[in-house]
Write a protein that binds this ligand. Structure first.
Ligand code: COS
Length: 381
């Protein structure tokens, strides 16, 4: 068992860490305060070749593996979880379904623009009445004269309004549940696709999340991903990678909080010595460090199993469950280390707490992750 990163993974970590420290960190507070979509950072990520991190080289991507993807998202999330989720959704659920399930023509049509950062990806599964129970979505796709006509409303769509394409799940056979769902690629310019205003939310303010309405939205047969009825499996496979990304985002949030808490604890003196020398604080820092390490290993293990072609659904769910619960408690505890300063918006701790909460909810709530893990246990037994 090799527990060290390869030189290539070390290199990607160095590259992203540099980018994040020099260019993302100084922008993070204003992105949050102004609810600003960080177009400049997306463009820079594209220049660095990061927008196509998982896209094969033949389509203009970097063709790197899921471990590299996890490292990338962690390093970005350390400083700005909004930017991390924008890049994560693009790289995982927004583009990987095309890489994995698209026809040669679809790959050639969409992937080079996505790898170049010209087309941002989004993923549209959730609906107002179908969240955790994704198989019961209501959006319909009816085939008429050689085209599909999509009607329905999708909600909580990350990158809504900024995306150049949406991977949309719709029912070609309504009433058949998972078996009746088909996946489509819908271009952002499609006149049948309307984007609602971004939701005002608790955190992740730089990441626009909104409703999209599909009204007589026409797409060609060549915009269908896979066969009719494959859509649910495509969505679930996309979410397996997506959950590795959310785990990495959570690890980054917690690592960033820990780094700041340690630096503060070494500086801050009370009762005649730095608070880092006082057990009440030491115990908090030790617990956060332990949680971060455990979550990172779970995340990397899920990524490594994916890259080795092994089943990794349960691993991705375990990583997502553990890392995001850990990030919630770690960011709160790190805030406590900073005392009153942690509560001020002037410091990044409060933002991290607000951002961490989303990780326990999206790409499958942590209750859904437990269901996935338990079902696999039962299936194996
Ligand atoms: N990879 C590939 N296929 C998968 C899969 C996976 N990870 N998970 C399930 N499938 C397949 C199953 O094998 C099954 O196929 P067959 O009918 O051919 O056997 C099909 O998909 C239906 O699966 P299942 O019966 O498990 O569906 P359920 O309706 O019971 O739903 C859960 C399963 C709850 C796990 C699913 O609905 C889910 O993940 N919900 C959360 C959705 C989510 O994450 N939303 C967030 C959206 S992005 S913010």
């Amino acid at each position: 068992m090799n527990l060290t990163l390869s030189p290539e993974h070390e290199e990607i970590r160095r590259l992203v860490r540099n980018f994040a420290e020099r260019e993302i960190k100084p922008r993070a507070a204003e992105i949050d305060q102004r609810s600003e979509f960080p177009r400049d950072l997306v463009d820079r990520a594209a220049e660095l070749g990061l927008m196509g991190i998982l896209i094969p080289e033949v389509y203009g991507g970097a063709g790197l593996d899921h471990l590299a993807f996890a490292i990338f998202i962690e390093e970005v999330a350390k400083h700005c979880a909004s930017t991390a989720i924008i890049l994560d959704v693009h790289a995982s659920v927004g583009s990987e379904p095309i890489t994995l399930f698209g026809s040669e023509a679809q790959k050639r049509r969409w992937l080079p623009g996505m790898a170049a950062g010209k087309l941002l990806g989004a993923f549209a599964l959730t609906e107002p009445e179908a969240g955790s129970d994704a198989a019961h979505l209501q959006t319909s796709a009816r085939r008429r004269n050689g085209v599909y006509v999509l009607n329905g409303t999708k909600t909580f769509i990350t990158n809504a309004g900024q995306a150049g394409l949406y991977v949309v799940m719709a029912a070609t056979q309504p009433g058949r549940g998972a078996a009746g769902i088909t996946a489509f690629v819908v271009g952002g310019e499609n006149p049948g696709l309307k984007v609602g205003p971004p939701f005002a939310k608790m955190g992740l303010n730089g990441s626009p999340i909104a409703e999209i309405v599909l009204q007589d939205c026409q797409v060609g047969e060549d915009d269908r991903l896979g066969a009719e009825g494959d859509g649910f499996r495509i969505a679930m496979r996309a979410l397996d990678t997506g959950r590795i990304g959310i785990s990495a985002q959570a690890v980054g949030l917690a690592q960033g909080a820990l780094d700041d808490a340690v630096a503060y604890a070494k500086e801050r003196r009370q009762f005649g010595r730095p608070i880092a020398e006082q057990q009440a604080i030491q115990f908090k820092l030790a617990d956060i460090q332990t949680g971060v390490s455990a979550a990172r290993w779970l995340t990397w293990k899920a990524a490594a199993r994916c890259d080795a072609g092994q089943p990794f659904t349960r691993d991705a769910s375990m990583a997502k469950l553990f890392a995001t619960d850990m990030a919630m408690s770690a960011t709160l505890e790190a805030l406590q280390v900073l005392g009153g300063y942690g509560y001020l918006e002037e410091f990044p701790m409060a933002r991290r707490v607000r951002d961490a909460k989303a990780c326990q909810i999206y790409e499958g709530t942590n209750q859904i992750q437990r269901i996935v893990i338990a079902r696999e246990l039962a299936a194996a037994g």
